[in-house]
Design a protein around this ligand. Structure first.
Ligand code: 5GP
Ligand code: MG
Length: 201
């Protein structure tokens, strides 16, 4: 009777820290993990600390937290709950064109925030900074709208960005040079719901 209600497989007490050692995570659609880069608990602790940093960094003014979809959706939803001041939330959807042999990628906004940006503190939230090309172009686009300030918060930073003139002020973790999934990051739209950040085999 009970088996029809919950999962029949025993859930690990803390799948946050030991998903790989538990063998098969049913979220992974048969793919094997190489390793867990950041556990659920490590992420929660770091996001709480980032929230405190951000709270302290904005003593006054209107704060608009702008999430870059889709990758930032889980990070943003956890992060804003750790920021102890008034704020608004909106999203951006950007599409990148061009290829790696072209140094200036074209970035188009598929969804433009409805919120007025002028005169506000804008905090752009991104999942991971790799080349920095997407962010660089977005920063240029957003600057034109006259924000009071414009800063970037990224969960992960690979520190190989050669295209970013604007430093990322708030960084969750220095990321290894591996392809990471989970906590919003996908591979072909899979794995966004995995609650930790991992690399795949
Ligand atoms: P950039 O413009 O900085 O080269 O690329 C940033 C974007 O590339 C991220 O928003 C993300 O969509 C994707 N990306 C870069 N590195 C990774 C990674 O390790 N895993 C995943 N899932 N996406 C990545
Ligand atoms: Mg992305």
């Amino acid at each position: 009777m009970n088996a029809s209600i919950g999962s029949t497989a025993a859930a690990p007490a803390d799948n946050a820290t030991r998903p790989a050692s538990e063998g098969v995570d049913p979220r992974l659609a048969g793919r094997a993990l190489k390793r867990v880069a950041f556990s659920e608990r490590e992420i929660a602790d770091r996001v709480a600390a980032l929230g405190r940093e951000i709270t302290a960094a904005y003593p006054d003014g209107e704060l608009l937290v702008l999430g870059l979809l889709k990758g930032s959706f889980i990070f943003l939803s956890d992060l804003v709950r750790e920021i102890a001041r008034p704020l608004h939330v909106d999203f951006l959807v950007a599409s990148s064109y061009g290829n790696d042999t072209v140094s200036s990628g074209i970035v188009r906004l598929l969804y433009d925030p409805e919120t007025e940006l002028a005169g506000k503190h804008i905090l752009l939230v991104e999942d991971i900074v790799d080349s920095g090309r997407t962010l660089q172009r977005l920063v240029e686009l957003l600057r034109e709208r006259g924000p009071r300030s414009l800063e970037i918060c990224a969960l992960l930073h690979k520190h190989i960005a050669t295209h970013l003139s604007h430093p990322v002020k708030f960084v969750g973790f220095d990321a290894p040079e591996e392809f990471l999934v989970g906590y919003g990051l996908d591979h072909a739209e899979d794995f966004r719901h995995v609650p930790y950040v991992a690399s795949l085999q």
